[in-house]
Design a protein around this ligand. Structure first.
Ligand code: ATP
Ligand code: MG
Length: 455
């Protein structure tokens, strides 16, 4: 494996020296450590393979093995043991060591093991890359996460995909995966080989939107010098994704409702009904219920859409998915940027887990992408993620009151919840984040009846 880095861990300088010397001769890059502590630190610098002595001054080799495997399960470890007891070797293999060699060892034998191990690493990486490339772009597995909340979403999307349901409503904040969910439904349905047509309702003025959706006849309006098929017609047999459905005007809402109920429509300026078979997936990051209350959205259309509604939970409500999403994006951008970044340091991981992600998965994806572009080391840490230290605009000295006003009580509650979540419900730390003392935060926890989540 070209340019592979081998970390040699042994407390005896002479053994280290002889191994390093030989490895360098063979063209490998090397790192070395004489203690367990140093070994773990050096491993973070990015080693592909570790030669690990069993008896270290500050810890047992098995402990080091465990830590290395926890940081990066892909690093292969060859244990060096003076202890001929079979038990030790077996324990090492059980904990994921690739191989072991008894001391005193033969350098040629070690070099063969090294070569074999690195071949394995190389193959594993290639398999991972290939899998990542071949994975169906919009299969259910493209929705990353194992939290209960996202499992429910995945199962529901699957059920809908294989059902005859002709209308689906996806709701959720920006960046929660509504576009992705729409594609997953289409591509895991029997409609997968037919068109998936996508339109953002807010992007076009209403008259244009209508003719984009339903098409128009020749002469229907000035400039309509030819007949034109609309998206709905083009998508026949497939799916139409109407993004930002909350933005369409009442007139178009009625036309859409008629289409959903009768599966038939007229082109603009046309008189005959055209029948098509399409599934309509609508998405919104507004509460349609609110829009109905305010009289901006037709109640009947809302009910029609809401029959099959899938709410996509905000990322802060399914924090257990954050580590998996980080790994997913690290893998993705490693391939894209040809990097070998192993992951995120445990403390940065924790900080990312407790950050509030107002922009949801999109924000997380962008944060990892940026961190990976700029990072020089094999592991990402807090300094690579500006969101973790951004003060959120310095509002402490006073923020501007928006023209529409705010709900002070709700704002206070939200800030207290964020501080508690970010500090893992450590009241002292949370209080510090808010410039309060313990009694003051306790008072607020009681006032808002906040409870530590049970997971
Ligand atoms: N569970 C998930 N697993 C993997 N990737 C996800 C997941 N959810 C969202 N994403 C990714 O996050 C990004 C934003 O998602 P998407 O565009 O679907 O959000 P959205 O809900 O449509 O947002 P908006 O309301 O702003 O249009 C995309 O790159 C998408 O692939
Ligand atoms: Mg979207």
């Amino acid at each position: 494996m070209p340019n592979a880095t081998v970390l040699v861990v042994d407390d005896e300088p002479l053994i280290r020296w002889s191994l390093i010397n030989r490895l360098k001769e063979e063209g490998y890059r090397t790192l070395e450590a004489g203690t367990a502590g140093d070994a773990v630190a050096q491993h973070r610098e990015g080693a592909d393979l570790v030669l690990l002595d069993f008896a270290l001054p500050d810890a047992n080799g098995l402990d080091v093995l465990k830590q290395i495997k926890e940081t990066d399960p892909d690093t292969l470890v060859i244990m060096l043991t003076a202890n001929t007891e079979v038990g030790t070797a077996v324990a090492a293999m059980k904990q994921g060591a690739f191989h072991y060699a008894n001391k005193p060892f033969d350098l040629d034998e070690i070099m063969m093991l090294v070569e074999k191990a690195l071949e394995t690493t190389q193959l594993r990486r290639e398999v991972r890359t290939l899998r990542a490339r071949q994975a169906q772009p919009y299969g259910p597995e493209s929705i990353v996460g194992q939290s209960d909340a996202i499992k429910t979403v995945r199962a529901l999307l699957h059920k809908i995909a294989v059902s005859p349901a002709s209308t689906v409503l996806l709701t959720g904040e920006s960046g929660t995966g509504k576009d992705l969910a729409a594609k997953v439904v289409h591509y895991s349905s029997a409609r997968a080989n037919k068109p998936f047509m996508n339109i953002t309702c807010s992007a076009l003025p209403e008259t244009l939107l209508e003719s984009e959706l339903f098409g128009h006849e020749r002469g229907a309006f000035t400039g309509a010098d030819r007949q034109k098929r609309g998206l709905i017609e083009t998508a026949d047999g497939g799916t139409v994704f109407l993004d930002e459905i909350g933005e369409i005007v009442p007139l178009l809402q009625s036309k859409l409702l008629r289409f959903l109920e009768e599966k038939a429509f007229k082109r603009v300026g046309g008189s005959s009904d055209i029948k098509v078979d399409v599934r309509v997936i609508a998405a919104t990051n507004r509460s349609l219920e609110e829009e109905v209350k305010k009289g901006r959205f037709r109640e009947d259309l809302y009910y029609r859409l809401n029959v099959m509604a899938v709410p996509l939970p905000p990322l802060r409500d399914r924090r257990d998915d954050i580590p998996a999403l980080i790994t997913h994006y690290v893998d993705t951008f490693n391939v894209e940027f040809r990097k070998k970044i192993r992951g995120v340091s445990p403390s940065a991981q924790e900080a990312l887990r407790t950050y509030n992600w107002p922009g949801n998965v999109r924000e997380l994806r962008n944060a990892v992408e940026r961190a990976m572009l700029l990072s020089e080391s094999a592991e990402l840490n807090e300094s690579n993620f500006p969101v973790l230290s951004a003060p959120g605009g310095d509002v402490s000295s006073g923020m501007n009151l928006p023209a529409s006003g705010i709900n002070l009580e709700a704002l206070e509650r939200s800030l207290v919840v964020q501080a508690l979540e970010r500090s893992g419900w450590n009241q002292t730390k949370a209080a510090t984040l808010l410039g309060l003392n313990r009694d003051q935060i306790r008072y607020r926890i009681e006032k808002f009846e906040l409870e530590k989540p049970q997971h």
